[in-house]
Design a protein around this ligand. Structure first.
Ligand code: SF4
Ligand code: SF4
Length: 85
């Protein structure tokens, strides 16, 4: 039987107002030591901003909604206040 590899149905892209990363007031911080690789964060991220392979977060497109942190059952993603640059 062929192995099916799950892929996101879309990829991050600029909207009419630019990259959604500019919306963020909080940012998700990923802790690989707590992660069990369940991929719930990758599946639920509305911006497809989490990489399937290593859960690295694309901050150009992460809008800081916090869904990934809520869905993570291992507390491997924490939301922290975005630093003003
Ligand atoms: S906070 Fe998490 S779920 Fe929301 S856009 Fe960023 S990476 Fe995706
Ligand atoms: S939801 Fe949490 S435990 Fe699952 S892959 Fe994402 S960070 Fe890891």
């Amino acid at each position: 039987m062929d192995k099916k590899i799950l892929q996101p149905v879309s990829y991050p892209t600029k909207g009419a107002c630019g990259p959604t990363g500019t919306w963020r007031s909080q940012r998700p911080v990923y802790d690989a030591a707590l992660c069990n690789g369940c991929l719930l964060c990758w599946l639920f991220c509305p911006e497809a901003a989490i990489a399937r392979e290593d859960r690295l977060i694309n901050y150009d497109y992460c809008k800081g909604c916090g869904i990934c942190a809520v869905e993570c059952t291992k507390n491997a993603i924490a939301m922290v206040k975005e630093e003003v640059k």
